[in-house]
Each structure stands twice: as C-alpha cells, then as structure tokens.
Design a protein around this ligand. Structure first.
Ligand code: ATP
Ligand code: MG
Length: 256
C-alpha cells in the first residue's frame, strides 16, 4: 500500500481537486483507494457528491466511531474518510488527545489510520488543508510521497519554495511538483513552466490544464471523468495516475 499526500501551505492551488482526481483515476485503473480528507472544509465529500460534515477522521481520532462507520463508499473501489464535523475541535485539542492516548502529537493520524494496514487497500491519498499545523505535520510524516500542486504563477511558486523548506526541516526530500490550473492564455505561464523545467526537471509532473469543467464537475458532485470523460484535463489526470502508479514501484514505503 502506498500513501500519497497532496500538500502545500498555500491555499487554492488544486490540492483537493488533484487528490480527488488522482484517487478516482487510480480506482478506475482497478486499484482499491482510500481518500482521506484532513481539511476542516470537508470538500472531498462535496466533490464526490456526498453529504458534508458526516462523522469522519475527527470522530475516528476521538474514538467516537469505528473505521467501518466513518469510511464512506464513494465509487467502485474508491472510499472516502471525510474530515468529519469536529476536525476544528480535534486540531485545537491535538496535544490533549495525544496525552490521553499516550501518543506523540505526531502519531495521532497514523494511529487513527492504523486500520488501513490490515485491509486490501492499494493506495491512501491524503488531501490537506492550507496553512501549517500539527495535523499537516502528521500527514507529512505519514505519507510515503508528497505531491506539491502549484499553479504556474509567481506567488504560488514562492509558496512552493517555502513549503520545500518545511519539508526539508522535517528531513523529507521534495518528491513531486504538479503544475495545476495551467492557463496557457496567461503570458507568464510558459515562462514560469520553463523555469520549473530547468530547475526541477527530475520531479516535475505533467501539467493539469485550466478548465471551467473542473469547477463545474465539482459543483455537480462529480469528477471530470464522469462530467466530461475524454476532456483534455480528464486525460491529464489519468496520465498523472498512470505515472504515479508506475513510479511507485521504486518508492520506499512507510507501510507495513
Ligand atoms: N485545472 C483546473 N482548472 C480550473 N479550475 C481549477 C482547476 N483545478 C482546480 N480548480 C479550481 O480552483 C479552485 C481551488 O482548487 P482546490 O479547491 O482544488 O484547491 P485547494 O488547494 O484544495 O484549496 P484550499 O487550499 O482552499 O484547500 C477551486 O474552485 C477549483 O474548482
Ligand atoms: Mg482543498
């Protein structure tokens, strides 16, 4: 089983969109996938047409529900552990919860997701919140690989460089950069893409193009594979999943 986090401290870079589409694309390829939402916005559920703010990760951490009660079936082979209603509360009380469970604060997520090691899952995909906090730290320590989604624009690239410092402070390498919301009509896009290629050629994934279909699909509770199958962005996300699936054969994993 492989664990992949979509993360960057900057908001609105395509983390949730990419987590949902990578997870669904892997499921469409026949893999068993658990998508874990670690953001209080709980948007993965909405994106997949499920009711938001049901019991989820928060309630699992609090010991109020079992994994079976918290995990929802979203599609064939695609399961969702939503953020839950009380994630704000959990984040605020992380130290307290850790103390009660005799755990390190950084072990809370791994402990809550320990049920995944005995199932038949092939992938865990983790969506993360913008900003930086103890839960993000948990995710970054739990994941085998971190994909950093970043639109090719200056402020986002600066945010990415800052996030890379965070990763290095944790002793992690920078694994993959995913250029998202790539708008070729914007004049600076190509220049920034060229710079990314020059500096990060070995970890740069293929771009995901800008298209209003992505937000339309999300609004309809669908992925682009369902809303506009065959669309360019759908093909780009399928290609991303194929690349990650192939690359993963050479990863060293944290999983048992
Ligand atoms: N390829 C794309 N083309 C057009 N719009 C996109 C694309 N990818 C994402 N978006 C839109 O951009 C916005 C931000 O995307 P998303 O919610 O995935 O970012 P995020 O990094 O998860 O944000 P947050 O930091 O708030 O969690 C959303 O409205 C989403 O529909
Ligand atoms: Mg998000």
């Amino acid at each position: 089983m492989k664990r992949v986090a979509l993360a960057i401290e900057k908001g609105g870079t395509g983390k949730t969109t990419s987590a949902v589409h990578l997870a669904h694309a892997l499921a469409l390829m026949g893999r068993n996938v658990l998508l874990v939402d670690t953001d209080t916005q709980d948007q993965c559920a909405a994106h997949l047409g499920l009711k938001q703010f049901q019991p989820g990760l928060a309630e699992l951490i609090l010991g109020e529900v079992t994994p079976r009660q918290a995990v929802l079936k979203a599609r064939d082979r695609l399961y969702l552990l939503p953020a839950g209603e009380k994630l704000d509360q959990v984040k605020a009380g992380l130290d307290d919860i850790a103390a009660r469970a005799s755990l390190e604060t950084r072990e809370i997520l791994a402990q809550a997701l320990s049920f995944t090691s005995s199932g038949s899952l092939d992938w865990i995909i983790l969506d993360t919140a913008p900003g930086s906090d103890a839960l993000l730290l948990n995710v970054l320590l739990f994941a085998d690989v971190v994909i950093t989604p970043v639109p090719p624009e200056m402020l986002a690239i600066r945010g990415m460089m800052r996030f890379f410092r965070t990763l290095r402070l944790l002793g992690r390498s920078v694994d993959y950069i995913l250029p998202t919301i790539h708008d070729k009509r914007v004049s600076k896009t190509q220049r920034i893409m060229d710079k990314l290629k020059e500096r990060f050629s070995d970890i740069l994934l293929n771009k995901i193009s800008y298209t209003s279909m992505i937000s339309e699909a999300a609004g309809a509770g669908l992925t682009i594979f369902e809303y506009k199958p065959g669309h360019g962005a759908a093909q780009e996300y399928i290609h991303l999943a194929e690349t990650i699936d192939k690359e993963s054969r050479s990863w060293r994993t944290n999983a048992a």
